[in-house]
Design a binder for this molecule. Structure first.
Ligand SMILES: [Zn+2]
Length: 181
């Protein structure tokens, strides 16, 4: 069965002016459906409220949970907490909007029985990602990063520098001449 199709909201047979509530969980299995996802490992609870009006559905999302991302500095796992709210207005019309393009307002065909929201949830999670992804300093001011990983990275960078200084032997000779002076 297609995992993503389970992320959908019922949109037929709803009573007017009534609210409907849904809960979803986004985990590895969800993100593994998207090869381009920045998120692989996460546990995010999603609460959805659907309000049914005569001509539209008003949908509110609250996403809350943890995401594991690589730290920008030491590349070790970094747990990031997120909380994100989003709104979606689905107006009844002739044809359902293209759901690969996520907007705050969309058109929903009256013939639809379900509204797929996997793409919405995917986008909301990526909107909630922090720009800076680094381990915070500890209370005593020392780095919160993995010291071993930092050491390894430093070694790797040193090696790279060494290599680049020996790329062209002519420069080496010139350096020898200059240093003899
Ligand atoms: Zn780090």
């Amino acid at each position: 069965m297609d995992i993503l199709s389970t992320y959908s909201l019922r949109c037929s047979g709803l009573a007017e002016n009534k609210a409907y509530y849904y809960r979803f969980l986004l985990k590895k299995t969800f993100f593994s459906q998207y090869p381009e996802s920045q998120v692989e490992n996460a546990k995010i609870n999603v609460k959805v409220r659907v309000l049914k009006f005569p001509s539209l559905l008003k949908i509110n999302f609250i996403l809350e949970g943890e995401i594991v991302l690589p730290c920008d500095r030491c590349a070790d796992d970094l747990e990031v907490k997120i909380k994100h709210k989003a709104k979606l207005i689905a107006k009844y019309g002739d044809e359902t909007s293209d759901l690969t393009e996520i907007d705050e307002v969309m058109t929903l065909s009256k013939a639809e029985t379900d509204l797929p929201i996997a793409q919405h949830l995917y986008e909301y999670v990526h909107l909630a990602l922090p720009i800076s992804r680094r381990h915070k300093r500890k209370a005593d001011g020392t780095t919160g990063c993995n010291p071993k990983s930092l050491e390894e990275l430093a070694k790797y960078t040193e090696k790279k520098v060494e290599k680049s200084t020996t790329v062209d032997p002519r420069w080496g000779k010139l350096n020898d001449l200059l240093s003899k002076k």
